[in-house]
Ligand binder design. Structure first.
Ligand code: G3H
Ligand code: 13P
Ligand code: ZN
Length: 315
């Protein structure tokens, strides 16, 4: 059942975080639904602008609608990840997305508010909820390139004014993470001090953590042992998700870790069975491994086991 992120957040706030997983294809979709049902967890499917144009934007829509029929017990939101204004409006018009992210974090404070406000007005008129971003993550986003050295954490002093003036329903905060597999060069980690200050100014308001892949070292080693070359990759400590959830983080974005599962499965498969060429052979392994990975993440996020109680809330 497709629901808004707002419904998921009101059930989760302060207790656990919902995993927001990016998908691009059939195999990820199957693994995601299976993993979330195996762990009895609500979830958020994220579709980036790149994912919408990988084949055709209607392809993912059909896949998700079909998955909803094949797995009728599932409860999830469909969310546009890192949208610009034009893409947000397209998703709002489509009637398919239950949630969009407007990422105007590269604009100045008031420009960000104005752009976000326009998307909020259009989305709310259709019952769709909006995530906005204040502050900038390091690394490279779809249309926002920011040097990690210049990464701008969210200013807690500005967070309340931003939310009030923009009317957004949740806020993506920059608290030390970045996108991709190379988040930290040393012992840096999540900036709980900044998160605490934001929550103080916005009590009860859902916060979002982007760039939350943990880049498991075992996964990196297996990829490298099978011919990969990922050097110095490092991610977020997933044991910190629950603390973040207590401080108001209700949505945790994970994409890179899933890509690592895909890379490990395919590299190992073709290394070990060089004579094979049926794409379904590694595909089947990937679906099972991706489902296992999703179960693990949902356990770390605390969302595992909450599906039955959500059924009572959302009907
Ligand atoms: O934040 C970006 C997500 O990982 C999506 O990545 O734009 O390559 O689809 P993508
Ligand atoms: P990762 O690159 O850490 O998986 O972050 C994904 C993300 O923030 C998608 O919006
Ligand atoms: Zn992101």
């Amino acid at each position: 059942m497709i629901v808004t992120t707002k419904k998921l957040f009101s059930a989760a706030y302060g207790k656990y975080a919902i995993g927001a997983y990016n998908i691009n294809n059939l195999e990820q979709t199957m693994g995601l639904f299976r993993g979330c049902l195996d762990s009895k967890a609500p979830f958020i499917i994220q579709i980036s602008k790149g994912a919408r144009t990988y084949t055709h934007k209607k392809m993912l829509e059909s896949l998700i609608r079909t998955a909803d029929e094949v797995f009728p017990e599932s409860i999830f939101a469909v969310h546009l990840d890192h949208g610009d204004e034009k893409t947000c409006m397209d998703c709002i018009e489509s009637g398919f997305y239950s949630s969009v992210m407007i990422d105007a974090s590269h604009e100045d404070f008031y420009g960000n508010i104005e752009t976000t406000r326009r998307v909020v007005d259009a989305a709310h008129a259709r019952g769709i909820v909006v995530e906005a971003e204040l502050g900038q993550l390091g690394g490279v986003e779809e249309h926002v390139a920011v040097d990690e050295a210049n990464a701008m954490l969210t200013n807690p002093e500005q967070a309340k004014e931003f939310v009030e003036k923009s009317g957004c329903d949740s806020l993506a905060c920059a608290i030390g993470t970045s996108h991709g597999a190379y988040k930290f060069s040393g012992s840096q980690g999540l900036r709980f001090d900044v998160l605490e200050l934001i929550q103080k100014r916005l009590p009860g308001f859902p916060l979002v953590m982007h760039g939350s892949s943990s880049v498991p070292q075992e996964e990196v080693e297996r990829i490298n042992a099978a011919g990969g070359s990922l050097r110095g990759a490092k991610g977020v400590d997933e044991n910190q998700f629950k603390r973040a959830a207590e401080l108001g983080v209700t949505k945790v974005n994970i994409d890179t870790d899933g890509r690592l599962v895909w890379t490990r499965v395919h590299r190992e498969f073709f290394r070990d069975q060089p004579e094979k060429f049926d794409l379904r052979d590694p595909g089947k392994i990937f679906i099972a491994e991706y489902a296992r990975f999703i179960v693990h993440k949902n356990e770390k996020l605390g969302s595992a086991g909450h599906l039955d109680e959500l059924h009572k809330v959302v009907g």
